[in-house]
Write a protein that binds this ligand. Structure first.
Ligand SMILES: *[C@@H]1O[C@H](CO)[C@@H](O)[C@H](O)[C@H]1NC(C)=O
Ligand SMILES: *[C@@H]1O[C@H](CO)[C@@H](O)[C@H](O)[C@H]1NC(C)=O
Ligand SMILES: *[C@@H]1O[C@H](CO)[C@@H](O)[C@H](O)[C@H]1NC(C)=O
Ligand SMILES: *[C@@H]1O[C@H](CO)[C@@H](O)[C@H](O)[C@H]1NC(C)=O
Ligand SMILES: *[C@@H]1O[C@H](CO)[C@@H](O)[C@H](O)[C@H]1NC(C)=O
Ligand SMILES: *[C@@H]1O[C@H](CO)[C@@H](O)[C@H](O)[C@H]1NC(C)=O
Ligand SMILES: *[C@@H]1O[C@H](CO)[C@@H](O)[C@H](O)[C@H]1NC(C)=O
Length: 768
């Protein structure tokens, strides 16, 4: 195989200005209730622990887990298969909770008791990083890694303070955000498999305590455990009568291999994630928590996954009750355990009046009915206890171990809050700044008119799965720190904007020097269990924006908060009245920064992880969504990253080109044919700033169900005004220039491919 040599030189320009400030609000260690002792096993002051092999740190984790499992009675075993695992006092083993949240900083759910507690404890707050869709738009894996690291560290501080009964976070969410209406797209790094995979592995390495490059400094041990979810092809919650329990994703093998699986593979192979969550949905008719091929064959055998697999919450009941895939509860238990799932997340097990969990309550009868064997249960327990041991929870007194020096002062530290701010600044996307109104001049602006239902609401900045932020503020409050006089009106009754107070807004628009509209979405529009019907701004928001823009003295600034694409064609098309700025600001959770920093110093650019689209979806039929994983979105969002064009006629007429299976090329040759692409980037703007340079590849002849184009590299560079640099990408043809065939097998096809950066193209020829 030969590849034409190549070097690309090209210039891309950008204008931007970034400025950051520190923020500090460290935890007051003396603030409240006294600390309690963290839970641990193998207390050396208990003489019996000396006889237990599972307590001997000189033995391998596997041997220790094996010893522990062999000591459990059958009854004890069945209690440990649920996320709320009770204590086993006779062996000195405390209770453990598998469910903790850490999507963008340590989180909690108010409804459900989980592994981390804040209320009335020593540490009452934790650093809240921006919502993931925003952080992802920084295109900076170092930031993703550092956020994971900070989250893992804060978890250890909470553990040391006795506030943790579980060190496993059910994050990151690495589902491909292909359907832009998905209510949980905000939790994901977007829709591009490469970016999502890189986000996943970087975040996981940070949480678990590995280096950025992936070297383990801890051997088998973990700072905290990360869990990549929801495995797999999951991007629907509740749309037009179809819910996530009933959603059967129809996915071709080709699309699985090209799109949905790479982020999970990256999480497992690059990130060494110690947890995976199987999703509610079915994949081509088989629920993923009962999918032996996916859980055991692919994940463990092919990818070498080392860790535990949890169900999404109540997904085992769903097998029986909702999906009717399992005829009886015992069948559901057997389907899940036999396929490779290890622990059931059960919210119903928490019920005070009627606690029931499928694995706790029906495993015994499943064994009696010979639907599942004890060795299958032991396999699950082995994975579970191995993970707890890797967290150092079976090594005796934690005050004598690694991480014991992480105290409350490391939570909400200045360093972590500065990182949250940095992530926000780097992720926010300014789409248009043609008159260079931004950054907003402090001297030129004496009065602001701040309008909109998202302007004065701190909760809406937190997104979902948030924790108790170190500090709360609103955009209006921050603006008032920047410009002395700012009038405010909500504009709409709320974000849904079923009624708009046009009169007051127009008056304000006429009198203020500068109008700032803070519009967009909140959790009433997009959330878990709620997908959007279309991409337009809710209710009367477009009308209000247009009227205010007409009345204002100067171009207005439009700030859009939200976790998914918003259709603003109404504004673009109205050129006469719309000579102004549009910022796409995904909802986030800045814990302490002045809005001047994030709104006014962001760089204009187009690179976001979910593109703005102008398509209205509400007219598309139900068919579309039921088959969302495979159907209309590729066509209607053809402008987006990594979108496939299955309708291309060329695919039928063109003769089959020569190809080779990547697996036949072999690792050594794959290594030998790697090559470098050099791109020269110049900041032609007047301000210093950061810019992501994205390298794409596409086949010269589209077709065969391949992506229209595919992202193969991204790097973010910071340059001063007029400064120039060269970026080098290393491309591995086996990885970057291959694609899946109809059987889901990666192949290299003969022929030309085009590498693209911005509007510059360079051909590469592949001869097999
Ligand atoms: C908070 O903690 C203190 C000290 O541990 C305890 O006395 C008090 O009852 C707790 N309050 C609540 C509401 O749990
Ligand atoms: C399920 O098991 C738990 C724990 O053993 C028990 O308290 C509960 O009553 C059981 N629920 C049912 C419905 O059997
Ligand atoms: C913020 O918005 C949420 C969701 O719309 C709403 O429930 C809450 O009451 C609002 N808070 C304030 C202070 O307006
Ligand atoms: C900020 O708001 C969140 C969510 O309402 C809350 O949990 C947290 O305690 C608040 N933080 C502070 C410092 O008040
Ligand atoms: C917004 O206001 C409408 C009309 O008063 C109301 O029906 C709806 O529940 C409100 N939404 C939120 C999230 O508060
Ligand atoms: C952070 O919050 C504190 C307290 O409100 C404030 O004094 C400080 O200026 C804030 N820092 C930034 C960078 O906004
Ligand atoms: C979804 O796709 C499958 C397989 O292509 C097809 O049989 C089915 O009719 C489609 N469902 C809908 C609702 O369009």
């Amino acid at each position: 195989m030969k590849l034409q040599n190549l070097v690309i030189f090209l210039i891309t320009s950008f204008h931007l200005c970034v400025e950051s400030t520190d923020s500090s609000h460290p935890q007051d260690p003396n603030s409240c209730a006294s600390a309690s002792r963290p839970p641990f096993s193998c207390d050396s002051s208990d003489p019996s622990t000396k006889t237990y092999d599972f307590c001997k740190t000189t033995l391998s984790i596997s041997r220790r887990a094996e010893d522990l499992v062999s000591r459990l009675t059958f009854e004890e075993k069945t209690t440990q298969l649920v996320d709320t695992s009770p204590a086993i006092p006779r062996l000195g083993i405390p209770a453990y909770e598998w469910w903790s949240e850490g999507l963008h900083g340590i989180g909690f759910l108010t409804r459900v008791q989980q592994g981390i507690r804040f209320f009335n404890r020593t540490i009452q707050h934790a650093t809240s990083f921006p919502q993931v869709i925003l952080t992802a738009a920084s295109f900076d894996p170092h930031i993703w890694y550092r956020i994971g690291q900070a989250t893992g560290k804060e978890a250890r501080a909470l553990y040391n303070a006795g506030q943790v009964t579980g060190l496993g976070f059910w994050a990151p969410n690495v589902n491909i955000f292909r359907d832009p209406r998905w209510g949980r797209g905000q939790e994901t790094p977007g829709e591009d498999p490469l970016v999502v995979g890189k986000y996943g592995s970087s975040f996981v390495r940070g949480v678990q305590g590995d280096s950025f490059e992936g070297e383990s400094t801890l051997g088998d041990h973990l700072q905290a455990s990360a869990c990549c979810k929801h495995y797999t092809a999951h991007d629907l919650d509740n749309w037009n009568g179809v819910n996530r329990f009933r959603f059967n994703a129809i996915v071709t093998l080709q699309d699985m291999a090209d799109t949905y699986q790479p982020p999970f593979r990256s999480c497992v192979q690059e990130g060494k994630a110690s947890g995976i969550m199987c999703s509610y949905n079915e994949i081509n008719g088989i629920p993923s928590c009962a999918h032996h091929d996916l859980l055991t064959k692919t994940l463990r055998q092919e990818w070498g996954f080392y860790g535990y697999i949890t169900s999404d919450c109540d997904a085992v009941n769903v097998l029986h009750v909702e999906q009717k895939y399992a005829k009886t509860p015992e069948d559901a238990v057997a389907d899940a355990l036999k396929s490779g799932m290890d622990v059931e997340c059960s919210t119903s097990a928490r019920s005070k009046d009627f606690p029931v969990s499928y694995l706790r309550n029906y495993t015994k009868s499943a064994v009696e009915k010979r639907k599942v064997t004890v060795s299958e249960i032991d396999r699950a327990l082995h994975n579970l206890f191995s993970t707890r041991m890797r967290l150092g929870l079976f090594n005796g007194d934690p005050s004598k171990q690694r991480y014991s020096d992480i105290g409350p002062g490391q939570v909400c530290s200045q360093e972590h809050q500065a990182l949250a701010l940095e992530a926000a600044l780097d992720g926010i996307v300014l789409l248009k700044n043609s008159d260079r109104l931004l950054p907003l001049s402090k001297s030129r602006t004496s009065s602001l008119a701040v309008i909109g239902p998202n302007a004065h609401n701190s909760t809406n900045l937190l997104g979902n799965y948030f924790g108790p932020a170190c500090k709360n503020f609103t955009i209006l409050e921050a603006l008032r720190n920047y410009v002395s006089s700012a009038s405010y009106d909500k504009g709409c009754n709320n974000v849904s904007c079923t009624s708009a107070d046009k009169k007051k807004s127009l008056e304000m628009a006429k009198t203020g020097d500068q109008v700032i509209l803070v519009m967009g979405l909140d959790q009433s529009q997009e959330k878990e269990r709620l997908d959007r019907m279309d991409l337009v701004l809710p209710g009367k928001q477009p009308m209000l924006i247009t009227s205010v823009a007409k009345a204002a003295k100067r171009p207005v600034v439009l700030v859009l908060l939200g976790g998914s694409p918003m259709d603003v064609t109404f504004a673009k098309n109205n050129r006469k009245n719309w000579e102004h700025f549009m910022g796409w600001v995904p909802r986030s959770s800045w814990s302490n920064c002045t809005s001047a920093n994030y709104i006014w110093r962001a760089q204009p650019r187009r690179e976001i992880t979910n593109d703005l689209v102008s398509t209205r979806f509400h007219q598309s039929s139900n068919d579309g969504h039921e088959n969302a994983s495979s159907s209309i979105y590729r066509k209607s969002l053809a402008d987006q990253l990594n979108v496939k064009d299955s309708s291309n006629p060329l695919s039928e007429s063109s003769q089959t080109p020569g190809y080779r299976l990547v697996s036949d090329i072999g690792e050594e040759q794959c290594e030998n044919i790697k090559f470098k692409v050099t791109v020269s980037v110049k900041n032609e703007g007047e301000m210093e700033g950061k810019h992501p340079a994205l390298l794409f590849a596409r086949h010269a002849k589209p077709g065969n169900g391949r992506p229209i184009k595919k992202l193969v590299g991204f790097q973010t560079v910071r340059l001063g005004a007029g400064e120039k640099t060269e970026i080098e990408y290393e491309l591995s043809p086996c990885e970057h220039l291959s694609s899946a065939n109809e059987d889901g097998v990666m192949v290299m096809e003969e022929g030309s491919q085009i590498l693209l950066v911005g509007d510059k193209e360079h051909p590469v020829t592949i001869i097999v």
